[in-house]
Design a protein around this ligand. Structure first.
Ligand code: ADP
Length: 255
């Protein structure tokens, strides 16, 4: 795979207390640097703006008002990009921020503009870091979760592979956080069949989409002939290990 989209979930990016996990980001930038040296191209879709906002302004934490949520994202997005910029700078890699909304994928003119910007950034060696533009996206018009945003981006960029990082090794037959005997499903060739055989549990901590949106994302990219991997982003050198086949995960193959 030459063109890889990597989606980083909030649970992967944040420590238990909600602060951004610096060692995770450092390991990520080192691995992206390795991939770039091998001639691969990387686009990142990253969650975490809201948590970063909460960690910065704890006094607002309990407010559920929509404008407070959006305000937290506005604050947190800066923290998030600051953290990315610092670690990628150590690898001499420039990053670029793209904040997108659902409309950007519905209006052909806007879609074309994003596509051109994305290709230009990557061609120039920049790593684009994409997130939903939460300050303009109210609930009704939201993409809603970054699994979906990552899938839309993967198809838009015509990538060769989508990797979703979460805090579990992949899809299990039941929630591994609840059941110690849950079994990892390593290969999926038929998504409808998968849905009949697994139990989808609830999301904990900072998660939003849960497993359902990850399976939907696989469907979206598989339709375009692109495979998807769901893996545990918390593991050291996971990107490199996935690509050389030394790490277990769930791979959604295209048949
Ligand atoms: P992220 O924030 O990393 O995108 P989420 O927290 O939204 O991820 O979703 C992942 C969570 O889904 C896991 O931590 C796990 O507890 C839960 N989950 C529920 N059912 C399953 C299942 N069948 N297989 C794997 N994970 C599951």
């Amino acid at each position: 795979s030459k063109k890889i989209v990597i989606k980083i979930g909030s649970n992967t990016l944040a420590n238990q207390d909600g602060t951004i996990c610096k060692s995770f980001l450092q390991n990520l930038s080192k691995q992206v640097s390795c991939l770039k040296e091998e001639g691969k191209q990387v686009v990142i879709v990253s969650s975490g703006a809201r948590i970063a906002g909460v960690a910065t302004l704890a006094k607002w934490m309990r407010k559920e008002d929509i404008h407070y949520k959006q305000a937290l994202c506005a604050i947190g997005q800066v923290e998030l990009m600051d953290a990315y910029r610092r670690v990628f700078e150590e690898e001499h890699i420039h990053i670029g921020q793209m904040l997108l909304t659902r409309d950007d994928f519905l209006d052909p003119h806007r879609t074309l503009n994003i596509r051109n910007t994305l290709f230009t950034l990557v061609d120039e060696g920049v790593v684009p870091i994409i997130n939903e533009n939460d300050t303009v996206s109210v609930e009704e018009i939201k993409i809603g979760d970054n699994d979906t945003l990552a899938a839309l981006t993967t198809n838009l960029w015509n990538a060769d592979l989508l990797i979703l990082f979460s805090d579990i090794d992949g899809i299990y037959n039941k929630n591994p956080k609840t059941y110690a005997n849950a079994e990892l499903i390593e290969e999926v060739t038929d998504i409808d069949e998968l849905l009949k055989t697994i139990e989808i549990g609830t999301v904990n901590d900072f998660g939003t989409g849960g497993i359902a949106t990850k399976i939907e994302a696989a469907k979206k990219v598989n339709t375009y002939g692109i495979p998807m991997i769901l893996a545990n982003g918390k593991k050291e050198n996971i990107l490199l290990r996935l690509l050389d086949g030394t790490e277990k995960a769930t791979v959604f193959l295209v048949n």
